[in-house]
Design a protein around this ligand. Structure first.
Ligand code: NAD
Ligand code: ZN
Ligand code: ZN
Length: 389
C-alpha cells in the first residue's frame, strides 16, 4: 500500500510499504477513507519528537471502513464505517477503567524507555514516537487498529467524513482544553493558538458557557475564523498580549488560559530552535517569549492554565513562583479520546457544531508531502488538511 513515511526533519515521503494485517485477535484493519495532518505531526516534521525512525508511517487522525477483524473482536464487523481515536487503549486496565485512556498501561510495548524518561509510561499512539509504541499511523491506505473493541466508534451514515474525522483527535482535544477550565457560565477564556486545536477550544469554550473568548495568534485567516466563532482576537506581533488581556479584563486577567500551541519552531524561521532556544536561554539567562509563560502571567489569581499544546521534552524557566503565589491550577493531557467520543458525536448529530468548518485543504497521499509543507508554513490560508487515499 501507499503511505506517508518519516525520513528525518522536514522529509516526509509517499512510499510503498507492506499492507497491514491482523497480528492479534483483538485487531481490526480499516481501509482509510480520510486522514488528517495534525499540529502534532508538525512536531515530528520539525524534528522535535524523539525516537522517530526512518520509514515510520505517520498519521493519527483516521477514519475508514473495517475490512478485516480478529477472532475476538465483538463490537465491530466488516463493512462498518468508523473513526479511530489517536490513543490506543485496551479498555480493561486500571487507567482505561477510570477513563484515563491515554495512560493505558497495556498498549505501549516500549514502556521501559518511556519510564526512563518520564517516570511512568503513557499509552501507545498511532504514528508517533517509539517512546509511545512506534505504531504505524493512518496516513496510508490501510491501518491496523489494535484493541479494536475499545477505540473506534461507528459513524452514522448521514455524517460526512469531514464531519466525523476530527472526533479522532482535535475536537476532543479542543473540548477537553475548555472542559479543564471548569466553565460555569460567564467566564473569560484566553486561547493561545488559532490552529485547528485552538479553533475547537474556542468553540467548545462557548458551548460550555464562556461569555468571552480572547483568541491569540498572528495568522490573519486563523484569527478571522476565530472571530467568526465570536472570539475577540489579538495578534501577538501587533500588541503586547499581557497588556491587552489585562486591559480587557479590568486588570484581573483571564479566568482561564488555554495553551493550544505547544512546542513551536523559532518564529524567525530556524527549525532547530526548540532545544537550542532552551540551551541559549539557560546559557544567557534571557527570558525567551513563551506561550506557556505568557498564559501563566495572563491568568487571574486562582485561575486555571489548561495545556493541550504538545511539548517534546523539558521546558525551562517555568514561572513556578507566579503559580504558587497566585494559586493557579494546571491541567494538561494527551486527550483520553475514548472518554469524549459518545458525547461529542451527540453534539455533532444535534447540530451544536459542524467540525468540517476547519478544513481548508484536501489531497491524495501522493500530494501529502507538499501538503505537509503548506500546513507547516501556514501558506494559502491553510488551517486543516484532509488526505483521501
Ligand atoms: P498548528 O501548528 O496548526 O497551530 C498552532 C498555532 O499556534 C498556529 O496558528 C501558530 O501561528 C500559533 N502560535 C505560534 N506561536 C504562538 C504564540 N506565541 N502565541 C499564540 N499563538 C501562537 O497546530 P494544531 O493542530 O492546532 O495543534 C496545536 C497544538 O496542540 C500542537 O502542539 C499539537 O501537538 C497539540 N495537540 C495536542 C493534543 C493532545 O492530546 N493534547 C492533540 C492534538 C494536538
Ligand atoms: Zn492530532
Ligand atoms: Zn488500558
Amino acid at each position: 500500500m501507499r503511505a506517508l513515511t518519516f525520513h528525518g526533519k522536514g522529509d516526509i515521503r509517499c512510499e510503498s510499504v507492506p499492507d497491514p494485517a491482523i497480528e492479534d485477535p483483538r485487531d481490526a484493519v480499516i481501509k482509510v477513507s480520510a486522514c488528517a495532518i495534525c499540529g502534532s505531526d508538525l512536531h515530528i516534521y520539525d524534528g522535535v519528537i524523539p525516537q522517530m525512525k526512518n520509514g515510520d508511517v505517520l498519521g493519527h487522525e483516521t477514519m475508514g471502513e473495517v475490512v478485516e477483524i480478529g477472532a475476538s473482536v465483538k463490537k465491530l464487523k466488516v463493512g462498518d464505517r468508523v473513526v479511530v481515536p489517536f490513543t490506543i487503549s485496551c479498555g480493561e486496565c486500571y487507567f482505561c477503567e477510570h477513563g484515563f485512556y491515554s495512560a493505558c498501561e497495556r498498549t505501549n510495548p516500549d514502556h521501559a524507555k518511556a519510564e526512563t524518561l518520564w517516570g511512568h509510561s503513557p499509552a501507545g499512539l498511532f504514528g508517533y514516537s517509539h517512546l509511545l509504541g512506534g505504531y504505524r499511523g493512518g496516513q496510508a491506505e490501510y491501518l491496523r487498529v489494535p484493541h479494536a473493541d475499545s477505540g473506534p466508534i461507528k459513524v452514522p451514515q448521514n455524517l460526512s467524513d469531514d464531519q466525523a474525522l476530527f472526533l479522532s483527535d482535535i475536537f476532543p482535544t479542543g473540548y477537553m482544553a475548555a472542559e479543564f477550565c471548569d466553565i460555569k457560565g460567564g467566564e473569560t477564556i484566553a486561547v493561545w493558538g488559532c490552529g485547528p486545536v485552538g479553533q475547537f477550544a474556542i468553540r467548545s469554550a462557548f458551548m460550555l458557557g464562556a461569555e468571552r473568548v480572547i483568541a491569540i495568534d498572528h495568522i490573519p485567516e486563523r484569527l478571522a475564523l476565530a472571530e467568526k466563532a465570536g472570539a475577540e482576537t489579538l495578534d501577538f506581533h501587533k500588541v503586547d498580549i499581557y497588556e491587552a488581556i489585562n486591559s480587557m479584563t479590568k486588570g484581573r486577567g483571564a479566568d482561564a488560559c488555554i495553551d493550544a500551541v505547544g512546542t513551536e519552531p523559532d518564529p524567525t524561521g530556524s527549525i532547530d530552535s526548540f532545544i537550542d532556544r532552551v540551551k541559549v536561554a539557560a546559557f544567557l539567562g534571557t527570558d525567551q517569549p513563551h506561550v506557556l509563560r505568557q498564559a501563566v502571567h495572563c491568568c487571574r489569581n486562582f485561575g486555571t492554565v489548561s495545556v493541550v499544546g504538545v511539548y517534546g521534552g523539558f521546558i525551562d524557566k517555568f514561572p513556578m513562583g507566579s503559580a504558587i503565589n497566585r494559586g493557579l491550577t494546571f491541567r494538561m493531557a494527551q486527550t483520553p479520546v475514548q472518554r469524549y467520543l459518545p458525547r461529542l458525536l451527540e453534539r455533532i448529530e444535534k447540530g451544536d457544531i459542524d467540525p468540517s468548518f476547519v478544513v481548508t485543504h484536501r489531497g491524495t497521499l501522493e500530494e501529502g508531502p507538499d501538503l505537509y509543507k503548506t500546513f507547516r508554513n501556514r501558506k494559502d490560508g491553510c488551517i486543516k488538511v484532509v488526505l483521501q487515499p
